[in-house]
Design a protein around this ligand. Structure first.
Ligand SMILES: *Cc1c(COP(=O)(O)O)cnc(C)c1O
Length: 412
């Protein structure tokens, strides 16, 4: 099985109908990153642990130092076949992408991507629905380094053109948004960015390349918190940035200068998770949609913020651009306050209470987006709960939520 053949499938950049594309993706998940020189004839690349790489002599050490070290053993910080295999697999899942770099967390990936693009004096456009640590980075370290951030309404679409000033250098997108799940009109924003020569970065953690092919859609840098669906088992923190030929050198040198690296053991767990990501996502998506539709009909629920349902802003873009949904969504409750919401969540039997998501297990957390809004205030009929739907039986999860809504009603 030659890599050339796989690349030939992936690099055409042609969208030949979502069925063909999803079939190719399922196959790619099995094959991607398993180059023979890395697996040495077994199925998956082993864990290559290394800091020091040994050279035969001084001449070969010197020769290596001036060669391109991409996919070449040099020093442990630049990776071994274990990390390259996972990075390469993520690249293969994004038609049109040139390379992927791995980071010790999703936040570290976001930071490296932004630092590779922005310089003092530049302005970044950031949606109000961005993941909170992305906003904290922009308003913290980036600001300290003289980079400005302008918050925008995630539903702005082509209207983003009106927000672009002389210093604007990049547009960050996150679709659907964290906590509030607005689906952005990515093609409209990308079209404006291309016309104005701006770099686009997308946090694609919710959809992964399986449900939203970011690079193919014209995004310059596609960022994943691999902690979520790639790893899939709530036991490793990791991030990735997949990018185009135009941007990968800058991203690589920024990542090297920052000393970013992931352990081979973590990369190996990421590769293990990736092989089943397709079937897991399919089940997460199916179960979450069924539960979201059930919740929509409950009297205690004002709105369900699930990208496939019409109450979610931008659901028309979801149906146009995505190959499917994953397992995370929001529920706006009707009336009731902090105590009633806590009564609902605290008594849940099958939903854990904790940050993160994308693992095999269900989670429920209170979400308070109003603190984060700058461009458009958050308005809701009651408190918001975010649900991550795991791989448990959906009837069991619904029974658990039904009892939770009864507690909410009693306490409200
Ligand atoms: C969790 C998350 C991140 C950050 O990932 P970590 O690995 O926890 O740092 C980034 N973006 C989104 C949308 C997330 O949900």
């Amino acid at each position: 099985m030659g890599r050339a053949r796989r690349y030939a499938q992936g690099n055409g950049g042609q969208v030949s109908g979502s069925n063909d594309r999803s079939k190719a993706k399922a196959t790619q998940l099995v094959l991607a990153g398993r180059r023979k020189e890395w697996t040495r004839g077994i199925v998956s690349p082993p864990v290559w642990r290394a800091s020091t790489v040994l050279y035969d002599d001084v001449a070969s050490m010197r020769a290596n130092a001036v060669r391109d070290t991409h996919h070449r053993l040099f020093y442990g910080r630049r990776g071994t076949p274990t990390q390259w295999s996972l990075a390469d697999a993520l690249t293969e899942l994004e038609p049109g992408a040139e390379a992927t770099f791995l980071y010790p967390s999703g936040v570290a990936a976001i930071a490296a991507a932004l630092l590779s693009v922005l310089s003092p004096g530049d302005e970044l456009l950031l949606p109000d629905s961005a993941y909170e640590p992305t906003t904290a980075l922009s308003n913290g370290m980036l600001k300290r380094f003289g980079i400005k951030t302008r918050a925008y309404d995630p539903m702005v679409g082509a209207g983003i053109a009106d927000l672009i000033g002389d210093d604007t250098r990049a547009i960050f997108l996150e679709s659907p948004g964290s906590l509030t799940f607005e689906v952005q009109d990515v093609p409209a924003i990308v079209a404006v960015a291309k016309e104005r020569g701006l770099v686009t970065l997308l946090d694609n953690t919710w959809a992964t390349p399986l449900l939203f092919p970011a690079i193919e859609m014209g995004i310059d840098m596609s960022i994943l918190a691999c902690t979520k669906y790639v790893v899939g088992h709530s036991d490793v923190l990791m991030g990735s940035v997949t990018t185009t030929k135009e941007h990968w050198h800058a991203l690589r040198s920024t990542s090297f200068q920052l000393g970013q690296t992931v352990s081979p053991d973590d990369a190996w767990l990421g590769s293990r998770g990736l092989r089943t990501m397709g079937v897991r996502l399919k089940q997460h998506g199916e179960s979450a949609l069924r539960i979201a539709e059930w919740l929509r009909d409950q009297p205690e629920v004002a709105r369900v913020l699930h990208p496939a349902l019409p109450d979610c802003p931008g659901s028309e873009f979801f149906h146009r651009d995505f190959a499917g949904a994953s397992g995370l969504f929001g529920v706006v409750l009707k009336g009731g306050g902090e105590e009633a919401r806590a009564a609902l969540i605290d008594g849940l039997d099958l939903f854990g209470i904790g940050f993160s998501w994308g693992g095999f297990e269900s989670l429920a957390i209170p979400a308070d987006p109003e603190r984060l809004r700058k461009a458009v205030p958050w308005q809701a009929e009651g408190p918001l709960v975010r649900l991550q739907i795991g791989l448990e039986d959906t009837d069991d999860l619904i029974a658990d939520l039904e009892a939770g809504l009864a507690r909410f009603r009693a306490a409200a």
